[in-house]
Design a protein around this ligand. Structure first.
Ligand SMILES: *Cc1c(COP(=O)(O)O)cnc(C)c1O
Length: 341
């Protein structure tokens, strides 16, 4: 692991906050220059969010010490560059097309971003991915179910990547709740350099609250904790996420509703003349190939319906990415598309 971590990060002495020095029960806190009034917002929040992590741990079956919480998944994505990748020296390899933030954070951190095209049906070729790595490749980015294609990556191909690469492998599981396959969380013990990302932004319905999760070995999580801002998850988010975690049944019901709607929308889209193909999805969106994506997109915008135009993305020519909405929203979309000439 030492070889994978940037030298300055390995040697980093992290910021020590007042509550790190004193741990235990006390009634008078005069150590952090807080205002004594306006409880509970006057106090700095728990930097390691133990209360929330304990609840996540129960649901996910991963020890709290192996969880990092961030300001959305975007925070751990950026931290992975800052922990492992020496700017202008190291590189990362990612599948394409995939989530845009991996590339943006590579650019921000001045790290070379290498992409390997998925097959035409968006399936993964592990050998091709591994061929793109070299001795300076620190991280491989995988996303399953993938965005914008919606498909799961084949488990055996992912295993090949994990077994064939000596650096960090990230599997972004933002859409795992909608998928028909198991999460990779249960494999963390078998692959000590695996990082799994999940989020509260999709199935849990909490995109505005900004909370993402990284799961990895205790050692890797230790480096996340060293590098992140000390109070990266505020108390409003910690409290709300904690409350929402008690409503797992409701989340499961939402997922069932969305999956049912996904089937209906897929069928209705497929029956339209302008739709050439709807790609199979394991997520809460579908990728649809239409006869003229720009024209259809602009027509929908005029009618007040916004979908994501992916026409310019590799392998996604004339494709629109459509999020599954409520029954009514999906019906409005189909009725509107029926008017397109
Ligand atoms: C939506 C999405 C996320 C979630 O990002 P947050 O910062 O947690 O909101 C992460 N990865 C992928 C691939 C996504 O599509």
């Amino acid at each position: 692991m030492e070889k994978l971590i940037r030298k300055n990060i390995f040697a980093l002495k992290p910021y020590s906050c007042a509550r790190d020095e004193f741990k235990g029960e006390a009634s008078v806190f005069l150590d952090a220059n807080e205002n004594p009034l306006n409880a509970p917002y006057n106090r700095y929040p728990d930097p390691l969010q133990w209360k929330v992590k304990q609840k996540i741990s129960k649901i996910k079956g991963v020890a709290p010490e192996r969880i990092m919480l961030g300001n959305g998944s975007d925070e751990p994505i950026d931290l992975i560059y800052r922990i492992f990748c020496e700017p202008k020296e190291d590189n990362v390899v990612a599948i394409a097309p995939s989530y845009g933030m991996y590339g943006v954070c590579a650019d921000i951190n001045n790290v070379e971003y290498r992409t390997v095209l998925l097959n035409d049906d968006f399936s993964l070729d592990a050998d091709k991915l591994l061929e793109a790595t070299d001795k300076n490749t620190k991280v491989i980015w995988l996303c399953s179910p993938n965005n914008p294609s919606g498909n799961l990556l084949n488990r055996n191909e992912i295993k090949k990547v994990l077994n064939g690469f000596s650096g960090i492998v990230v599997i972004d599981e933002a859409y795992v709740d909608f998928s028909s396959e198991e999460s990779w969380l249960q494999e963390l013990d078998n692959f000590p350099r695996l990082i799994v990302l999940q989020t509260f932004s999709k199935a849990w319905g909490l995109a505005s609250v900004r909370c993402g999760m990284a799961f990895a070995s205790e050692e890797i999580i230790g480096f996340f904790n060293k590098v992140k801002y000390p109070y990266n998850v505020n108390i409003l988010t910690q409290n709300l996420v904690s409350e929402e975690l008690d409503k797992e049944e409701r989340k499961k019901e939402w997922v069932r509703m969305i999956l049912n709607e996904r089937d209906v929308l897929t069928k209705n889209l497929t029956s339209l003349n302008i739709v050439e193909k709807v790609y199979p999805s394991d997520a809460n969106f579908v990728l649809a190939k239409v006869n003229n994506a720009n024209a259809v997109y602009n027509f929908l915008v005029e009618k007040g319906i916004i979908v994501r135009n992916r026409h310019t993305v590799q392998l996604c020519g004339n494709c629109l990415r459509i999020t599954i909405g409520t029954k009514e929203e999906n019906e409005t979309l189909i009725q509107t598309l029926q008017l397109f000439k």
